[in-house]
Design a protein around this ligand. Sequence first.
Ligand code: NAI
Ligand code: MG
Length: 330
Amino acid sequence: MSERIAVIEGDGIGQEVVPAAIEVLEAVAPSFEFVAGDAGDAVKAATGEALPAETYELAADADATLFGAAGETAAEVILPLRDAVDSFVNVRPAKAYPGVDALRPETDVVFLRENTEGVYAGHETRLSDDLSTLTRVVTGSASRELAEYACEFVAERRGPAHRDGFTVVHKANVMRETDGRFKRTVHAVADDHGVDADEELMDAFATKLPLDPTQYGVVVCPNLAGDVLSDLAAGLVGGLGLLPSANVGHDNALFEPVHGTAPDIAGEGVANPTAAVLSAAMLLEYLGHAAAGERVRSAVETVLSDGPRTGDLGGDATTAAVTAAIVDRV
Ligand code: NAI
Ligand code: MG
């Protein structure tokens, strides 16, 4: 293992949970080379740029990147960083763990979210003092790429075991052209691969997921829907402190907790490092270190079940204490 990992902590609790994840990585992958890059609100205040060109290049050239979170500049940082690693899919698992007081302890879903277009493509226009518009972008090529990844994902059984195939979540009954294209393309790819794909309208999904999460396993959805619905799933499993994510590209990837900078607790040393540490486990698996990834995952599960726990999970442990317990068990 001599891979080069770009480390971008960003703002707020990014500066607390990313070092925690690095500590865990150092325990299981001692020959990783970590290279730090700056990004976020503080960098913008100092230099005028939230994402310096050096940091973009750092992520583009690394074998993988671990990112924390950026505050008000989040869009200026994470959207270009996703571009730097050429990411076309955002993988967001939401799983309830034993020992965590989850609203729906049976939840085990993985969102595969389109990561380049939809309403996040950046085409917003102010036409007058009273009128602003947004152009939603959906291409067959991006939808196809996402669907092909999803087919591979379920064929390799990387999703939850309780469901075969995947569910396409969309709103094609209203957005007939854009989500119509998305839905048709994803289904066509699923058919080609012999993958069983059902579908759900996204508003109905938002009701049905909390009522019975076991109906779903792998969920394939457009950009905005994936952002919102995965946060909904976070609420079912015990909060944002638990959700990792991967922005996967063709030859590069960036891993980050789903949560933001948590200004309400930043600087206090009490952030839950679980989401960042599980993001590091996804990084290990992406780089082919499956056994190391599994060691991290199982250490996290043990600590979630036995404690210590941070405040968001009803405990009173610090980030450092939880991290030390995880390192101890790997
Ligand atoms: P947030 O995720 O930062 O916080 C939401 C709530 O969850 C807060 O009460 C926070 O304390 C709690 N929380 C989040 N992560 C936690 C953890 N690891 N341990 C314990 N509690 C945790 O979302 P919010 O408040 O909407 O946004 C705060 C800032 O973060 C904003 O400036 C926003 O732009 C930015 N943000 C950045 C993201 C990114 O860089 N990818 C993603 C989401 C938000
Ligand atoms: Mg979000």
